[in-house]
Design a binder for this molecule. Structure first.
Ligand SMILES: [Zn+2]
Length: 158
């Protein structure tokens, strides 16, 4: 077994689409920063990379490299999944916590879990997703994501 942990944050800005877990959510602001600002997929990518002791997302896809500006973060997640498989592991389950003041994630949770499950090739009931508001943190203009993953060594195939 292997365990991995990832953390990420991005700032909200008006006029930018909000993408969380690869799903576009209706909101007046979106997340800026690395690529499409998908805070959930970035934390999850780092958790997967960390579990197999691979370089982190910022090393593999430097924010300074213009080819990643506005990029679909699914590209990063797919690379992390590829590295997990190459290392001889399969994803068992993931657990994600989002910390953001708005919008409410509840109405979109099923869509996000289904999409992340599809990206990872595991069932939606192996994707935990919780959203909290940042009480007392003073981070109302940011979204934070924390992700934990569990990997299991794949049985040798004949
Ligand atoms: Zn990020």
């Amino acid at each position: 077994m292997r365990i991995g942990y990832g953390w990420d944050s991005h700032e909200f800005k008006r006029g930018v689409p909000l993408k969380i877990g690869g799903v576009v959510l209706p909101h007046s602001k979106g997340l800026t920063g690395h690529s499409d600002g998908d805070v959930l997929l970035h934390a999850l990518t780092d958790a997967l990379l960390g579990a197999v002791a691979a370089p982190d997302i910022g090393s593999l896809f430097p924010p300074s490299d213009t080819q990643w500006k506005g990029a679909d973060s699914a590209v990063f997640l797919r690379e992390a999944v590829k590295r997990v498989r190459a290392a001889g592991y399969a994803v068992v389950n993931v657990d994600v916590t989002l910390i953001l003041a708005a919008p409410k994630i509840g109405p979109h949770a099923a869509a996000i879990r289904n999409h992340v499950a599809e990206l990872l090739g595991i069932p939606p009931d192996c994707i935990g997703l919780k959203a909290k508001t940042p009480e007392g943190l003073g981070t109302d203009n940011a979204a934070i994501a924390q992700a934990v993953v569990l990997l299991q060594r794949k049985p040798a195939t004949d």
